[in-house]
Design a protein around this ligand. Sequence first.
Ligand SMILES: N=c1c2ncn([C@@H]3O[C@H](COP(=O)(O)OP(=O)(O)OP(=O)(O)O)[C@@H](O)[C@H]3O)c2ncn1[C@@H]1O[C@H](COP(=O)(O)O)[C@@H](O)[C@H]1O
Length: 105
Amino acid sequence: MGPLDKLYAKVQASRGGDPTQSYTAKLFERGRPKIAQKLGEEAVEAVIELMRGDKQALVGESADLLYHLMVCWAEAGITPDEVWAELARREGVSGLAEKASRPPS
Ligand SMILES: N=c1c2ncn([C@@H]3O[C@H](COP(=O)(O)OP(=O)(O)OP(=O)(O)O)[C@@H](O)[C@H]3O)c2ncn1[C@@H]1O[C@H](COP(=O)(O)O)[C@@H](O)[C@H]1O
């Protein structure tokens, strides 16, 4: 299991928990508009750190962004495996395009 699969499993485990104890449970309780807002905010914060050139701050904002993306997937009923499958499909498609552009040997 990769780090994002692990984080997703923790997010799912916290869902429905006590909102006074768990930020994740609180986020789900506040609902889809709040989850969408947080994902957008974290993306913008990552963009700001990229433009500022602060690598360490970008690492932190990237972790926040990935966490909120896992919450977004859970809210939408998407599993990480569905996204990994889409990435693998694209890799296959671009691999085929690369082969097609090579001269015949
Ligand atoms: N990876 C994270 C994680 N990354 C960021 N955050 C929270 O995301 C929030 C982002 O900070 P902000 O200042 O933008 O948000 P805020 O002001 O607290 O919240 P709002 O008022 O904007 O809603 C902080 O409260 C962070 O604690 C996270 N909260 C939880 N996790 C993981 O989620 C799992 C479940 O944890 P619980 O949420 O404690 O159940 C655990 O594995 C945690 O490590």
